[in-house]
Design a protein around this ligand. Structure first.
Ligand code: EPU
Length: 418
């Protein structure tokens, strides 16, 4: 199993290119189940989760052609299975995103219920309730969601909790339903908006994506389309923080600065200098020490939970005390005990981490527990004294394309070891 060996202390400087957004590409790939003519997708990140999603769809009869730049041609004209088996779903919860498209186009789906996850229970009750409200007959038996419907019917739904993949699943299901579906309290994440843009290119009639009310007028048929996935805002934020923590100056390219206002505001508050263009952001720390900031995670456009671990690492070496409240997932503090092993001064009280910045962290062997927790550990390792060996980095490979290479190009001393 690969590990990362990082020797801390190098300032990061230079340019880094951002990949396509994992959490936009995943639902977009599942949306190719909705039509029987070819699709062309570009700016898809080369990640383990993307490969897993393609494997899941291949098992259903979808064919993929991938070129050297990871542009993907998908064809769903020969789908002959509506099954998402446990072995794949257990490795990637986003597999649940096949439920809406399968049910909408084929009237049938058997999808393994995703189990719990390192960061929280993460139930999918709202996905199921929404599809039931659209007329699907759903049974949960032997760990599987078995769903059937002749043709889904439009409905008005107000979701109890803002859910990203829940909104995406129901939006995809509604594209082929009879009538006009209205989703209230919908997630406003840029990845939801990108999916809606893609679906509209396929012939769907979706309005309001990016607001709390999405209106979907069902159509009889959808068609293949071309689409370029949006840049990854979480990867962008992670490199900005890496640069800031090491006191360096880094230009992050191929990104969309408009997608991470809340993160940029916090970085400004922490004392960084930020300049931005249409598709780049430059951060300059001029060797200064960061100031600790308070964070409260919440659905978009507020501060993203997917940046919480990275901010915990940042506050660990900043000047002052930062309070960090996690309101989305009940167990997303697994990185805290590892950071403490590196000398961080963090106290956990319920869903809040109180972080008193220390002058220096020390390298240590640590264990990655989930994707963003791993990113937090990498950031801490970049500034720690001595060597940090990060175990279980398969979590990192699920969501960060070539992170070791990108950091190395910026001047980090980082090596993948077996
Ligand atoms: N929830 C329910 N019932 C549901 C659905 C969600 O109670 O039916 C709860 C969850 O347990 C959680 C909250 O609602 O407490 C929000 O969860 P959400 O459904 O929005 O999360 P998700 O759709 O499963 C996506 C991202 C996550 C990201 C969250 C929050 C994808 C594939 N995953 O998950 O990304 O943290 O939204 O923004 O889009 C990551 O990339 O590392 C990652 C975990």
């Amino acid at each position: 199993m690969d590990k990362l060996l990082i020797t801390g202390g190098n300032q990061l400087n230079g340019e880094v290119t951002i990949s396509g957004a994992k959490n936009a590409a995943l639902p977009i790939i599942t949306a190719t189940l909705l039509a029987d003519t070819p699709f062309y997708l570009s700016n898809v990140p080369r990640l383990q989760d993307i490969t897993t999603m393609m494997k899941l769809l291949e098992g259903m009869g979808v064919t993929f052609e991938v070129d050297d730049n990871f542009n993907i041609q998908a064809n769903s004209s020969n789908v002959n299975s509506f099954n998402a088996p446990y072995d794949l779903v257990k490795t990637m919860r986003a597999s649940i995103l096949v439920l809406g498209p399968l049910l909408a186009r084929f009237g049938e789906a058997h999808v393994s219920l995703p189990g719990g996850c390192a960061i929280g229970l993460r139930p999918v009750n709202l996905h199921i309730q929404g599809l039931e409200a659209m007329g699907a007959e759903i049974n949960v038996e032997a760990g599987y969601i078995s769903a059937k419907a002749k043709r889904l019917k439009a409905t008005n739904l107000c979701m109890d909790i803002v859910t990203v993949t829940g909104t995406e699943n129901l939006m995809m299901a509604a594209t082929l339903a009879e009538g006009v579906t209205v989703l209230e309290n919908a997630a406003r994440e840029p990845e939801v908006v990108d999916l809606a843009r893609f679906l509209n290119r396929m012939g769907a009639r979706i309005e309001g994506a990016g607001t709390t009310t999405i209106r979907i007028e069902g159509v009889e048929k959808l068609y293949g389309a071309r689409h370029q996935v949006i840049p990854d805002r979480i990867e962008t934020g992670t490199y900005l923080i890496a640069a800031a923590m090491t006191g360096g100056r880094v230009k992050v390219k191929n990104t969309d600065p408009n997608l991470l206002d809340a993160v940029l505001l916090k970085l400004l508050e922490a004392g960084t200098t930020i300049t931005r263009g249409d598709d780049w952001i430059e951060i300059d720390m001029q060797g200064r020490r960061l100031r600790a900031v308070d964070i409260h995670t919440a659905p978009y456009p507020a501060f993203p939970t997917d940046m919480q671990a990275q901010l915990t690492a940042m506050n660990s070496i900043a000047e002052g005390v930062g309070m960090l409240s996690e309101t989305i997932f009940e167990n997303r503090f697994m990185h805290v005990s590892e950071l403490q092993r590196m000398g961080a001064n963090i106290r956990l009280e319920g869903n809040t981490a109180i972080i008193k910045g220390v002058k220096a962290l020390q390298g240590a062997p640590v264990m990655a527990t989930d994707l963003r927790a791993s990113a937090g550990l990498v950031l801490a390792a970049l500034v720690a004294e001595g060597n940090t060996l990060i175990d279980r980095i398969y979590h990192l490979d699920r969501g960060y394309e070539k992170m070791d290479e990108k950091l190395s190009q910026l001047g980090a001393e980082i090596r993948r070891v077996s």
